[in-house]
Design a protein around this ligand. Structure first.
Ligand SMILES: *Cc1c(COP(=O)(O)O)cnc(C)c1O
Length: 344
């Protein structure tokens, strides 16, 4: 009754984090100021939940469009950007989905659900991406869609503009630039939107992961077609109202993001100074580390009450690598102490 390939699949693993400092999932560690929280709660109490949500969401799309300097017609909203990845894979031409490896796992996972072949292009040892091998493999495997996470997850690095430009100029399929971490990065590729290029963004990493709201930016014509495979009421009323309200107070998130970026720099320096730790450059709200024994370090850190992500078994290039999300100053200091203890 259930497809055999689905039966053989493992469900997406979410570890139990009860009672732990949670530095595993790229969440913003800060909560909302109490005053704002109160106003937000009052506003939510007035949302008519007996009615279906606004299906067109023009107000929210306009707000987002204005923030990012595009037109409301260029914005498609998803229940997290994960849902938009699914829409893109449903609506695009049949053929292989090309993804660098290692990268974000959902491109691969959703392709499998939809029985689309996946073509992986290995990153270089320093996690850079070779545009020519990318294009060569895409050509050979007849890829019709490609996802480039900029910055990349789980490595944290940003591929250069030259690399992205070279791929854009020569790739004939749909090119999705996934900017889930753009609030933390020095550059973005929004200006590259065009005939076959779309930019995917989300509010998750900057502080609204619980709302589940992602969005796609692109040319109006493409957005119109993709909108046809969107579930009519995919963004619930509480999320729509919350996002509209919170984006009116975006200075709160801007300050939190600035704080996370400053902490990332401090953590990177502190970790570099530790013997036995290699730290990779990151433009996101996390850092990738390599140590001699990632399994031991992960367990020691867990025993100290902190959950991070052990990437060691995910990919050959990630052997003995761990990914740590940047937390509050206090959380980060506790992590540093736990790492020091484990490495001593
Ligand atoms: C976290 C992440 C997403 C998914 O974000 P949601 O909007 O929460 O679904 C997409 N792409 C990348 C690269 C990510 O790291």
């Amino acid at each position: 009754m259930i497809r055999s390939d689905i039966r053989d699949m493992a469900a997406y693993p979410v570890p139990n984090s009860e009672g732990l400092i949670k530095l595993d999932a790229m969440e913003n560690p800060f909560s909302l100021p109490a005053e704002l929280r109160k106003k937000w709660a009052k506003m939510l109490s007035e949302v008519p939940i007996n009615r279906y949500p606004d299906a067109d969401m023009l107000a929210l799309r306009s707000k987002i469009a204005q923030r990012d300097g595009v037109a409301a017609e260029q914005v498609l909203l998803g229940n997290g950007s994960d849902e938009i990845i699914q829409m893109l894979l449903m609506a695009s031409d049949a053929g292989a989905c090309a993804v660098p490896s290692p990268s974000f796992v959902m491109y691969d996972v959703v392709s499998h659900w939809l029985k689309r072949p996946v073509t992986t292009i290995p990153l270089n040892k320093d996690f850079s991406l070779n545009a020519d091998s990318f294009l060569q493999i895409c050509g050979r495997e007849k890829a019709t869609i490609a996802f480039l996470a900029c910055p990349n997850n789980p490595t944290g690095n940003m591929w250069s503009r030259e690399t992205i430009l070279r791929i854009r100029e020569n790739f004939k399929g749909l090119l999705i630039i996934d900017e889930a971490y753009f609030p933390f990065a020095d550059t973005d590729y929004l200006d590259l939107i065009g005939d076959n290029v779309l930019v995917l963004r989300t509010f998750s990493k900057m502080g609204m992961a619980g709302l589940r709201l992602g969005y796609l930016l692109g040319e109006e014509k493409l957005i119109q077609h993709l909108n046809k495979v969107r579930m009519p009421y995919n963004i619930n009323s509480l999320t729509q109202a919350s996002a509209l309200f919170l984006l009116e107070h975006s200075e709160v998130f801007d300050a939190q993001v600035a704080c996370i970026v400053a902490e990332r720099k401090r953590m990177s320096g502190a970790l570099q100074a530790m013997v036995g730790v290699e730290v990779f450059d990151s433009q996101a709200n996390f850092l990738l580390l390599r140590v001699a024994d990632a399994d031991k370090l992960f367990q020691d850190v867990l025993a100290a009450g902190i959950l991070i992500k052990n990437m060691s078994k995910h990919h050959d290039l990630l052997r003995n690598c761990l990914r740590i999300t940047i937390g509050t100053e206090d959380e980060n200091n506790q992590l540093l102490a736990a790492l020091e203890g484990s490495l001593a």
